[in-house]
Design a protein around this ligand. Structure first.
Ligand SMILES: Cc1cc2nc3c(=O)[nH]c(=O)nc-3n(C[C@H](O)[C@H](O)[C@H](O)COP(=O)(O)OP(=O)(O)OC[C@H]3O[C@@H](n4cnc5c(N)ncnc54)[C@H](O)[C@@H]3O)c2cc1C
Ligand SMILES: *[C@@H]1O[C@H](CO)[C@@H](O)[C@H](O)[C@H]1NC(C)=O
Ligand SMILES: *[C@@H]1O[C@H](CO)[C@@H](O)[C@H](O)[C@H]1NC(C)=O
Ligand SMILES: *[C@@H]1O[C@H](CO)[C@@H](O)[C@H](O)[C@H]1NC(C)=O
Ligand SMILES: *[C@@H]1O[C@H](CO)[C@@H](O)[C@H](O)[C@H]1NC(C)=O
Ligand SMILES: *[C@@H]1O[C@H](CO)[C@@H](O)[C@H](O)[C@H]1NC(C)=O
Ligand SMILES: *[C@@H]1O[C@H](CO)[C@@H](O)[C@H](O)[C@H]1NC(C)=O
Ligand SMILES: *[C@@H]1O[C@H](CO)[C@@H](O)[C@H](O)[C@H]1NC(C)=O
Length: 769
């Protein structure tokens, strides 16, 4: 079984973060490793390298490593290069009293396969005892390796991020080094200064030949205590944390009033305008990055160097300027009334969203024909799906002309691309904010917690000590902080500030770095941060139709696009590359057996994330209908942190209520009910050997994720109707986390309308700067 891995649960991808490894000496073998013990599973991952070659010399292409794991670990793996694709992956597991291991490589987020090149030798301290298993190995041909995309290597003379993967489910055939296995249940990263992880040749030679102890490190780290000049910090009226859908609207509107506003973003630039420079070679000289070109959206998911994903959140989340709006599909659906209705959990006072949505629309218009020549491209999937849906009583509308029409309707997918380029809040709200003298934007600043004395916030603590003593940036006396760090990021900042459920704050308290920044326990504020979250459960149906151009499943768009299409885009921002992958969206209302109404949304696009069928099919003709259940779902989950401070779903939010699942199954059956009336249309996943119900029942739970998380700081429970955190004087949250219930559609327009309304309330609230 090959395609057993989930796609939408963040497959591990590497880069910078807070967990950092360091040197330790393993008492069993006397080897000094540089590595890290994951505090959740208590697995240690270590590495040590021969000395760095002198300039011009030849670097030995090898290292010694180890994995020491409690017996509950059924398999574990490492990627010293820090991400899954095109990287050396080493996996190991115990089989009786021995260790079985292999080197693997993956070119897509599926089962990694055997990697030729690396030569693994087990060292004598490898063992299995009653409590642990331990693999100590020499890996030759392992510092650099070749992949279909070129040569890649571990940055052994600098810093990097190493990744690990972990599972509590045993591999399929433990005695076989090439055994298949289910997707890891957990993964993580740690930063490592590889340049220090080298020992003398003498020591390395002893260890690589199975010796122990011996001369230890030659690299002595000299800690020079330079006295730094005292830093002075600038106080701000408003500090906004996070430059995503919520934060950019908030920061721009606050700065419009002339207040001194600081916007802090942990990630780096995205689009060319913001300083980003990561673009495809085919666009060289055109000032276009991956984040500018709409048609590169699908390449976010199969890039070997995906620096833009947050590494300490275990689902997809964008950590760069623009947050999710710089990496998302940019589907943009203006909210219907129900998105802000009291029946969906909003305070009554929020019911009239129209003026705020109008403000949003004025800044950021929508289009369902984003190519600059006004033509539509690659429309075969629209035509096929439209025929199918019309047979089910659907009618075609212009979606954003009729936001409240959401039953039995379909239309061309709507986006906020302008001029054939990704626009979103970055090329609008951030652009106007940046032009103001009293607005300051900083990239690469990670906010750890707010600094507070009881209910009063006095500033934010960051990881950048150049911005203030201990990294603290103060507020002016009446100043305020607005958290817009997203559904996972904002709860974590609250936990680290002593706000939230006691179990989460206790995890912070037990962390050596974060614990000391907590206020005294008497000042902890108990609120249901992280509870009652939702995300659309979504299921993919994959079809073929002879008319459909699957666009090579988007695989060559980054390195080797269809020449006519890239040329057309470079010439006039027109054609296939002026749009992301979706072509059609539809909605239908369902009444569940509990009498509640739930809405189903569908998205149709050429290509497919994975196909499972026992029949041959024409891969050039595949397309996907993703069906999501949205407003009205009753399932809820919980977001929290683990001992590594990684933000994650502690309770998955999909199908906790079986009625949600029953309604989605009914909806999927309806979608294919008249398939025979569309000549040539074939459902290939699931194929005719599997019923829809069985397909849904056996769906990989992680793949139900839609990346549309809301509700972790629900309005009315964590924040009041002015978005102020209960029991604080001057701390606010404005982002997806305050939204009480799944919006009707992909949520970022609703989040931005909520931000327009939220910031208006913050400005109107007395007592501020
Ligand atoms: C792959 C993917 C595809 C999607 N497709 C669509 C789509 O087509 N249409 C749609 O409407 N929605 C889509 N979404 C969802 C949408 O992008 C999100 O709902 C939206 O971006 C959430 O907005 P937000 O302001 O709450 O948070 P985000 O946009 O996530 O922004 C949070 C920001 O805060 C920063 N941050 C977090 N923690 C800190 C910290 N401690 N210090 C400093 N900065 C911090 C982050 O780096 C980030 O920039 C998609 C999401 C994903 C992941
Ligand atoms: C098993 O090995 C591990 C790793 O070396 C060690 O920490 C542990 O104490 C050993 N357990 C027993 C029961 O000897
Ligand atoms: C910028 O802030 C200062 C100090 O708060 C204020 O005096 C000034 O008017 C502001 N400038 C603008 C353009 O609003
Ligand atoms: C690209 O940007 C640079 C400055 O960043 C500018 O000088 C140049 O004219 C731009 N080129 C194009 C093709 O827009
Ligand atoms: C702070 O964290 C960000 C995000 O992880 C990182 O890019 C930056 O380098 C860090 N800054 C410092 C001074 O360590
Ligand atoms: C979750 O939501 C339900 C229904 O709105 C509510 O009854 C419950 O109290 C909420 N739980 C928390 C912890 O807020
Ligand atoms: C598969 O589809 C493509 C594109 O429609 C077509 O050119 C090709 O002939 C088909 N292949 C087969 C084997 O039918
Ligand atoms: C199932 O689908 C395959 C491939 O499309 C087809 O050959 C077969 O006849 C179908 N079987 C049934 C029972 O419909």
């Amino acid at each position: 079984m090959l395609l057993r891995l989930a796609l939408s649960l963040l497959p591990f991808v590497g880069s910078a973060l807070s967990q950092t490894g360091g040197p330790y000496t393993d008492p069993d073998n006397g080897i000094t490793f540089w590595g890290y013990t994951d505090p959740v599973h208590q697995v240690t991952y270590g590495y040590v390298f021969p000395p760095l070659a002198a300039a011009g010399g030849t670097q030995p292409n090898e290292f010694i490593g180890e994995i020491v794991a409690p017996i509950a670990t059924k398999w574990a793996g490492v990627s010293p290069g820090g991400s899954m694709l095109q990287n050396l992956l080493l996996v190991a597991w115990p089989n009786g009293n021995s260790i079985v291991r292999s080197a693997r490589i993956a070119t897509d987020y599926v089962q990694p396969t055997a990697m030729s090149g690396p030569v693994l030798t087990d060292l004598p301290s490898t063992k299995v005892n009653s409590t642990h298993w331990k693999w100590v190995y020499r890996c030759v041909n392992c510092v650099s390796w070749s992949t279909p995309g070129g040569t890649r290597s571990i940055p052994i003379d600098g810093s990097g991020v190493a990744a690990w993967a972990w599972s509590s489910v045993a591999v399929d055939s433990p005695s076989n080094p090439q055994s298949t296995f289910l997707e890891h249940n957990d993964f993580g990263f740690f930063g490592l200064d590889w340049s220090t992880a080298h020992v003398s040749q003498a020591a390395y030679d002893i260890w690589k030949n199975g010796g122990t102890g011996g001369p230890t490190t030659t690299t002595t780290t000299t800690t020079t205590t330079t006295t730094q000049p005292p830093v002075t910090a600038t106080p701000y009226d408003y500090i906004v944390v996070g430059s995503g859908a919520g934060g950019l609207v908030v920061a721009d509107r606050l700065s419009e009033t002339g207040k001194k506003v600081l916007l802090l973003e942990r990630g780096g630039p995205s689009t060319w305008e913001t300083g980003g420079r990561y673009g495809p070679t085919w666009a060289n000289g055109h000032n276009l990055t991956k984040f500018d070109v709409p048609g590169l959206f699908e390449s976010m998911f199969n890039d070997g160097n995906p620096f833009w994903w947050c590494k300490d959140i275990n689902v997809f989340a964008g950590c760069l300027t623009g947050g999710g709006t710089s990496i998302n599909g940019a589907l943009y659906f203006l909210p219907p009334y129900s998105d802000f209705a009291p029946t969906t959990g909003w305070p009554v006072s929020w019911g009239n969203h129209a003026p705020y949505t109008a403000k949003l629309k004025a800044r950021l218009p929508s289009t369902d024909a984003p190519s600059t020549d006004g033509k539509r491209y690659l429309e075969q999937t629209f035509d096929v799906a439209a025929t199918l849906l019309k047979g089910q009583g659907y009618r075609q509308i212009t979606i954003n002309d009729n936001p409240d029409s959401k039953d039995h309707v379909f239309g061309y997918s709507a986006y906020n691309f302008v001029g054939g380029k990704r626009t979103g809040p970055v090329a609008t709200y951030l652009r106007t904010a940046k032009a103001r003298k009293n607005f300051t934007f900083k990239n690469y600043v990670y906010v750890l917690n707010v600094v507070r004395k009881g209910a009063q916030i006095t500033g934010v603590k960051t990881n950048d000590t150049s911005l203030g003593p201990d990294g603290v940036i103060p507020l002016t006396p009446k100043g305020r902080v607005v958290l817009s760090a997203g559904s996972f990021g904002s709860p974590r900042i609250l936990f680290r500030s002593g706000i939230g459920p006691t179990d989460m704050i206790n995890i912070v308290k037990n962390d050596a770095a974060a614990g000391p920044n907590l206020p005294p326990q008497a000042e902890w504020i108990n609120l249901p941060v992280g509870y009652n979250v939702s995300d659309n459960p979504s299921i993919n149906l994959v079809f073929t139709h002879p008319s459909v151009d699957a666009y090579d499943n988007w695989a060559p768009i980054w390195t080797n696009p269809r020449p006519a299409d890239s040329a057309q885009y470079l010439k006039s921002s027109a054609g296939v590359f002026a749009q992301a992958s979706p072509r059609l969206n539809f909605w239908r209302a369902y009444s569940g057996s509990d009498g509640k109404t739930r809405w189903l949304q569908g998205t149709v696009r050429p290509g497919a994330a994975s196909v499972t069928t026992s029949y041959p099919y024409n891969a050039s003709n595949i397309f996907t209908i993703t069906a999501y259940l949205s407003t009205g779902i009753t399932s809820r989950g919980r977001i929290g942190i683990d001992a590594a401070m990684t933000a994650r779903a502690l309770v998955a939010p999909w199908f906790t209520d079986p009625i949600d699942k029953a309604v989605l199954i009914q909806g999927l059956n309806d979608i294919v009910s008249n398939i025979k009336s569309v000549p040539g249309l074939t459902l290939i996943t699931p194929d005719n050997t599997t019923t829809i119900a069985n397909y849904v029942n056996n769906y990989d739970p992680g793949s139900l994720n839609s990346n549309h998380w809301v509700g972790s700081n629900t309005i009315g429970r964590v924040v009041d109707e002015n978005t102020k955190v209960f029991n604080t004087n001057n701390l606010f949250v404005v982002d997806a986390s305050i939204i009480p219930q799944m919006p009707m559609s992909n949520p970022h327009a609703t989040i931005m309308s909520a931000a327009e309304q939220g910031v208006a309330r913050i400005l109107a609230l007395p007592g501020g700067p």
